[in-house]
Design a protein around this ligand. Structure first.
Ligand code: ADP
Ligand code: MG
Length: 607
């Protein structure tokens, strides 16, 4: 229950809706209650007229007219309430979803490594749907009835306290019986959801890499695994539902016994002349009105169980610790007014405390491991001078990408500091750090959408001329021009409609457009053949000219022009020197160089 209130207070700005719903509910209840009173009055009037008294036909017409007015008002108000409930729910949905997304965007890289994308999406969808469905039902039907119940209790107390007492114990009794069953229900619900989340997570992953699944002919096994999750979810639901409904028979059965007592009191009191026939008609109607919500309650409790489970998994994500100084900024509500502009301007490049054109980078005693027991980098200390080009060399898995991840603030070092332009990066916002760095990753990581949108991802304001210039320098313009719609060609999810080399050239151009003073190339040209690599290399050389760069290259020939090379071995810095110097030693660089040269010679011989 507390988590549901937390959901409402999360969207505090919806208070006019909440207030409107409460107000209409009060009026809906009042108009609903008018009906039994009018009918009771009519009953007494009819009895009086039948025995020769009463006020004549006009009184009966007036009473029927009053019924009509009360019922029409009730119909209109119920619909006003329904409208408010529906719009409130959709707004709440928008606010909750936006906050969830904002939260996810601000979580550290590490969070996503422990989650399947599909699971995260599944959870969002389910938890928000369940919470909003419940609130919609609550505000549209349950809340007005709840008010009626209180009124009915008050009125019956006026007529007969034993009657009121019996009515009164129904609700706590029913709630208690429901609570008895809900614990087990919640546990089973959790188990079921885990299965569904696992199925959804794997599903999204497989569809995302369908090529691999097809070429390894794993469709059948993937499907079987998927079905397995659903089979277990079905079995859990069987247990859950049969338990719930058996308990419901017990719950309602005990209610039926109480209603037996209630009717007995009404009949006996009327027979002995304490109640008039009109009173009896009124009380029977009121009891019927009190009965509906009890029956509705088991439905509502069922739905509230879902909603509580849903809001719990919602807040599980909302309570995760974000990255320090997350770039989404303070998590606030989305602008839902019809005139709101979408997209918005890109945030202005954050002012760096000291921004020389090409700042320096310094690692000082940096150690790091992805998990506590295995250190990947140990006591790494080096400086990159302004405008310098530094290459990192190690065997595969030696920690080069990890070092770049640390520079980007995707992870925090377990010891040591990283500074840019003399400022400790831990003391400024990650968005500021990242806005200083242009980066090309090993996997090009493009987005669905057009070539143009991808190129301008780091600088939405870039002009077409700037985009084209970057594409030319990355040797991408020619192939882009040949695509069906040129720069407006849609490249598919993660760029699936492009070759590996084309994707990489777009990624290089994207980094060029961002035009940041620091440049990081993590095997940026590894997917290119030697000829394209040389062409892109020319563009990269130009890009590196007025920047401080860290380069990781698969082919050592491409880093022969750097100023300095650092080699890593067992997580430590092994050697530092110019390419020429290191080629003379017997370190990793020389070793890898010899391997690659002999490979090249062998290839040439084969040709
Ligand atoms: P390189 O880029 O030099 O090939 P990496 O920096 O990618 O090497 O990896 C260094 C080590 O860290 C490897 O042993 C790898 O298994 C491990 N590693 C890389 N990324 C992660 C991660 N996200 N979680 C846990 N371990 C990782
Ligand atoms: Mg790597």
């Amino acid at each position: 229950m507390r988590t549901l209130l937390r959901v409402l207070s999360t969207a505090r700005e919806l208070w006019p809706w909440y207030a409107g719903i409460i107000a209409t509910s009060v009026f809906v209840a009042a108009t609903a209650l008018a009906t039994p009173f009018i009918i009771a009055r009519a009953t007494d009037e009819v009895v009086a007229q039948a025995s020769g008294g009463g006020g004549g036909l006009m009184v009966l017409v007036a009473l029927a007219g009053a019924l009509l007015v009360a019922e029409l008002l009730n119909t209109v108000l119920t619909n006003v309430g329904g409208y408010l409930g529906d719009t409130m729910t959709m707004r709440l949905r928008a606010i909750l979803s936006s906050r969830y997304y904002a939260k996810l965007l601000s979580l550290p890289q590490r969070y996503f490594e422990n989650q399947l994308t599909g699971t995260v999406i599944n959870k969002l969808h389910r938890s928000i749907t369940e919470v909003t469905q419940f609130l919609q039902m609550f505000s549209n039907s349950f809340f007005p009835t709840l008010i009626t119940v209180f009124a009915v209790l008050g009125i019956s107390l006026y007529y007969s306290w034993p009657l009121a007492l019996l009515l009164l114990i129904i609700y706590p009794l029913f709630t208690w019986l429901t609570a008895l069953t809900s614990k087990r229900w919640q546990v089973l619900e959790g188990e079921k959801n885990d299965e569904l989340d696992a199925a959804g997570g794997r599903f999204a992953e497989v569809i995302g890499q369908i090529k691999v699944t097809k070429s390894f002919v794993r469709e059948r096994t993937e499907l079987d695994t998927f079905d397995g999750h659903y089979r277990r979810a079905v079995a859990t639901t069987n247990t859950q539902s049969s338990w719930w409904h058996r308990m419901d028979v017990a719950r309602r059965g005990s209610l039926n016994i109480i209603f037996f007592g209630i009717y007995l009191i009404i009949f006996a009191q009327t027979a002995s002349g304490i109640f008039t026939l009109g009173d009896m008609v009124l009380l029977i109607q009121l009891v019927a009105m009190a009965r509906t919500p009890v029956m509705m309650m088991s439905f509502l409790v069922d739905s509230s169980q879902h909603a509580i489970a849903g809001s719990k998994s919602y807040f599980e994500v909302m309570d995760e610790t974000p990255e320090p100084f997350a770039a989404v900024g303070e998590i606030r509500s989305p602008d839902l007014s019809p005139t709101a502009t979408t997209g918005g301007a890109a945030p202005a490049a954050s002012a760096w405390p000291v921004v020389p054109d090409a700042p320096t980078i310094a690692f000082d005693g940096v150690s790091f491991g992805y998990d506590s027991h295995a250190e990947v980098l140990h006591d790494i200390t080096f400086d990159v001078a302004r405008g310098e080009r530094l290459a990192l060399v190690s065997e595969s898995g030696g920690g080069k990408t990890t070092l770049v991840n640390l520079l980007l603030g995707l992870y925090s070092p377990s010891a040591g500091t990283i500074s840019i332009a003399g400022t400790d990066t831990a003391s400024v916002s990650l968005a500021q750090v990242r806005s200083q760095i242009g980066v090309v990753f090993q996997d090009a990581s493009l987005f669905s959408g057009t070539v143009r949108e991808n190129l301008s991802y780091g600088r939405p304001g870039a002009t077409d001329a700037e985009l084209e210039q970057a594409a030319r320098r990355a040797n991408a313009h020619d192939f882009i021009a040949k695509l069906s719609d040129g720069y407006d060609t849609v490249i598919g999810e993660r760029g699936v409609r492009l070759s590996g080399g084309q994707k990489q050239r777009i990624a290089v151009a994207r980094a060029m457009v961002k035009d940041a003073p620091l440049l990081v190339l993590d095997e940026a040209t590894s997917a290119l053949d030697s000829r394209s690599e040389r062409l892109v290399q020319a563009g990269l050389e130009e890009l590196m000219a007025d920047r401080t760069s860290i380069i990781i290259a698969h082919r050592l020939s491409t880093i022969s022009t750097v100023d300095r090379i650092i080699t890593l071995r067992d997580g430590r810095i092994d050697e530092v020197g110019s390419p020429a110097e290191l080629a003379e030693t017997d370190g990793i660089y020389a070793e890898l160089l010899a391997l690659q040269e002999s490979g090249t010679k062998r290839d040439k011989r084969r040709l």
